[in-house]
Design a protein around this ligand. Sequence first.
Ligand code: GLN
Length: 331
Amino acid sequence: MVQGIANWNTGQTQEWLQKYVDDWVAFYRKHTNDGEVASYIPVLQQADPNDLGISIIGRNGMSIRSGDTEIPFTLQSISKVLSFIVACMERGISYMLDRVDVEPSGEAFNSIMHLEMRQVEKPFNPLINAGAITVASILPGKTSDKRLEPMFQLLEKILGYRPDLNVDVYESERDSSMRNRAIGYYLLEVGFLESDLNITLETYFKQCSIEVTIDDLARIGMVLANDGMDTKTGEEIIPRQVARITKVLMLTCGMYDASGKFATYVGIPAKSGVSGGIVAAVPPRVRDEIMPFTDGCGIGVYGPALGDKGNSIAGIRLLRHIANQWDLSIF
Ligand code: GLN
């Protein structure tokens, strides 16, 4: 592997950076053997555990892509970022924050125990299952398709096309969703849900099954990095305040009970999903030295082999390496 260079001053051409990233992806691909693909949603087991890819899109349009860049995968928990954004846009920030908290839970993404043990007044945050299912119950609309329409419209604006729903993944999760149903019934019992449980769960399973690529994630990350603005057109796609709160949530809760470590060692607002995707939003930073992407970038990663907290194992290590090399941390 090319060893780290402390000084990136010399000729930051795209081709030059590309060589490094290719090298790092090849190195971290070996780390995929340390993880396993998710199996509790049966169809997700079909993913190739050795896949690893990254897409980085800079504000100035510079794009670096490496590894398995073309493989479509489902958003899974990354959709929780989008549903929270859309719910804030539809219902207002204070309405949402009255109903879903902004505290890390310190528990697994699908934990039920902590809700009962800690007698919470609202789910800990919108990026764990209990919070995301609550958000899905708040989205306006009598059917799951109506509730998801604003999310598809937002995605269409960011990506330039309307992504598809992966029906196999949707049905696979729907038919194996005992734990999420248990969470849903608990939320219903304590009065956190704002609407019908079945439609709410259908909405949640469908949002998790929206299919994307790492380029799509990089574009989403880029818009968030720029506080909700489309860098090409200057259009505000996500209200600034909503984008800001979303990035705080990503930093504090985006990697579930590994969020503190990710914030410490990588230092970038990011969100993972059990299909192996990670979206990361690197805002512009002031640096004394010339470094790549100081004016911000969006990053999409795919690596379906997961570590014990349900995050892409090689993806996180690759991100950590790049963040250290290029000083991408926001701190
Ligand atoms: N659909 C998945 C679930 O609810 C999403 C979880 C995840 O990506 N961590 O279990």
